[in-house]
Design a protein around this ligand. Structure first.
Ligand code: MN
Length: 297
């Protein structure tokens, strides 16, 4: 099933061709996505047929899981991103970091940059949602704890502050628009990812190139902390991160989702950063399109 949260957070599944404007939302009887996931975990998820439905264009899509107990994210989990950040550390050395659940942003929402003197980058990522309580699960069993997959933008302030600070500003975790159940999504380690900023393709990769694949991430995360239904794990971003500015549109496409995640960027009422990590931390690549002028004489 391709599930969406919509309007006041109720859940439905999409009927019709992926991405087709004729898609209809078929409401599920259970309440929020967390309740739908709990019903699934108990083997009691009731699915109504196609008879009724709402045209997709008539609903307001919301973030698929609005209230995860935690958002776990992998730092530096693609080698090409490790290279562009000029860092010798990656997931195997760093473990994971946490993003505040209050940073979640609905599809179609607006990322609000807080400071005028810092760089903020897009990071397009594949994310998974946990389906049942997982504690110290093996790599072999890990995928059976995954409810489904969705798109996530790990918006990031560059610098030396802790990752949990730099990535937890309100609006810094756009997620969705569709949560595709694991049975329908297929192999999470063979997903094509593309991310555009204002029409320019910045990121193009396959999850085949993840340093730690999905099963390894779930296994490792569950060895540190109990994973609860609805928890989100984001798998990391490939090369091609770059700065965002007011007026940008960010679009993330993942094969297998059918609908893209698109958000806007604004920078109203910005202030100077209260922290001084500006010239510290991993060094990001130069902005795309920056051309060094040739020197002729
Ligand atoms: Mn990231």
């Amino acid at each position: 099933m391709r599930l969406v949260s919509y309007d006041d957070g109720r859940v439905g599944y999409l009927a019709g061709d992926a991405g087709d404007a004729g898609d209809r939302v078929i409401p599920l009887p259970a309440g929020t996505m967390r309740e739908v996931i709990a019903s699934w975990g108990a083997g009691k998820l009731a699915v109504p047929d196609h008879s009724a439905g709402i045209p997709l264009r008539d609903v307001r899509l919301r973030v698929p899981v609005a209230d995860p107990s935690k958002i776990i994210a992998a730092p530096v989990n693609y080698r090409d991103h490790q290279a562009e950040m000029s860092t010798d550390s990656q997931v195997r050395a760093l473990g994971f970091f946490l993003k505040a659940p209050s940073s979640l942003l609905d599809p179609g929402g607006t990322i609000r940059l807080p400071y005028h003197d810092r760089r903020f980058d897009q990071e397009g990522e594949l994310a998974l949602v946990i389906g049942r309580t997982a504690r110290q699960v093996s790599e072999q069993d890990a995928l059976s704890y995954v409810f489904g997959y969705t798109g996530l933008l790990d918006i990031t302030m560059r610098g030396g502050e802790d990752r949990s600070t730099r990535k937890s500003f309100d609006t810094f975790t756009p997620m969705g628009p569709v949560l595709v159940t694991a049975d329908e999504f297929g192999n999470p380690d063979d997903v094509e990812l593309r991310c555009w900023v204002s029409g320019t393709l910045r990121q193009k990769a396959s999850t085949r190139d993840l340093i730690w694949d999905v099963a390894r991430l779930v296994c490792y995360a569950s060895s540190v902390t109990t994973l609860y239904p609805g928890d989100v794990i984001s798998t990391g971003t490939p090369a091609g991160v770059g700065p965002l500015t007011a007026g940008d549109t960010v679009r993330l496409e993942l094969s297998g989702l059918g609908l893209d995640l698109e958000v806007q960027v604004a920078a109203d009422n910005t202030i100077a950063s209260p922290t001084s990590g500006h010239n510290r931390g991993p060094v990001p690549p130069p902005p795309p399109g920056l051309v060094l002028e040739p020197v002729w004489n």
